[in-house]
Design a protein around this ligand. Structure first.
Ligand SMILES: [Mn+2]
Length: 319
């Protein structure tokens, strides 16, 4: 069989080489992004209110993503009879936003610069956190680029307005998003248990256009019905807090909350979303690899991202 294409050159197994996301090309110059998807790391975790460690999320998820980097022929899914992420979908990794310790403003500004560079290049931004505060500069990068709706998968509502002067911590991002004139609404799914948001936050969220569903409510509705609640025609930005998942499968996070989603529940929401809506951006936050010595949390994050990207670009007609 010598000479057949996929047996030529390097074998390049997943554990071999440099851990960019999916072992895709690294682009260090943000003025030269030429891709359909660009991955940005946002290793910032000064916004946490309990366990830090999400600063290592980008490295953890990148390393885990190499598991799914076999070859360049795409990922064949026998259930869907589709080869997702064929070679025609160009993915690059633009590295990390620079983080300045103790300086949230500078660090967030650097994240926003990265997302703007990706959007200016016409690519889909995929940002790996970092704690959930990194969603704030991600959403700010969308200013002047049309209306968006936000789909949040999370255990926590993250709708705190301000406490002790803090407005850009990991309990604030959905409130900051809802304040933007170009954010037309939020669908907040997986919300459960005690968290930083008090009743006033829930009332404010609903008054500002949020549809809030717990895990049990979402489970009873089913993934398609949850997605059908998002207004038809909305351009959707997805923010996934890994603690939306059950800590039994995602213990590597700062504030785990029992009773979360299992893999297919979220995956099927992403598939339904990709079929029905234009997805304009994604962030995945709060992976703190040090709390999960098995590495399973990072693998879950990488697997969800790659499969979601496959659904989005399949819906866009790539084959
Ligand atoms: Mn969150």
């Amino acid at each position: 069989m010598a000479g057949h294409g996929y047996q030529d050159g390097r074998l390049d197994l997943p554990f071999v080489g440099i851990s960019t996301f999916g072992k895709r090309p690294y682009v260090s110059d943000w003025s030269t992004i030429d891709a359909d998807i660009a991955i940005l790391g946002a290793p910032f975790d000064f916004g946490t209110q309990w366990r830090a460690g999400a600063r290592f999320g980008p490295r953890g998820v990148r390393e885990a993503s190499t598991l799914f980097s076999f070859g360049h022929a795409g990922a064949y899914d026998h259930e869907d009879d589709v080869t997702y992420l064929p070679g025609s979908v160009r993915i690059v990794d633009i590295g990390d936003a620079d983080i300045v310790h103790t300086d949230t403003s500078k660090s967030h500004a650097n994240i926003e610069t990265g997302v703007r560079a990706i959007l200016d290049a016409g690519a889909l931004p995929v940002v790996i956190g970092g704690d959930h505060s990194i969603n704030i500069p991600c959403i700010e990068a969308f200013e002047g680029r049309g209306d968006i709706h936000i789909l949040q998968i999370d255990a926590h509502l993250d709708f705190v307005d301000e406490r002790h002067g803090v407005t850009r911590g990991h309990g604030n991002p959905m409130r900051r998003a809802a304040e933007k004139p170009y954010v037309t609404g939020l669908t907040q799914v997986g919300i459960r248990n005690v968290s930083s948001t008090a009743k006033e936050g829930y009332d404010a969220a609903r008054a500002m256009g949020s549809d809030i569903l717990s895990v049990r409510q979402a489970r009873n509705l089913g993934p398609q019905t949850v997605i059908d609640r998002i207004p038809q025609g909305a351009r959707v930005y997805v923010t996934v807090d890994i603690d939306g998942f059950c800590p039994s499968i995602a213990p590597g996070t700062g504030t785990p909350s029992h009773g979360g989603f299992l893999y297919y529940e979220v995956l099927e929401m992403m598939q339904a979303l990709a079929r029905r809506h234009e997805v304009v951006g994604i962030d995945l936050v709060e992976v703190a690899p040090d709390y999960d010595p098995t590495g399973s949390t990072s693998i879950l994050a990488a697997q969800l991202l790659l499969n979601t990207l496959g659904f989005i670009f399949h819906a866009r007609g790539f084959s």
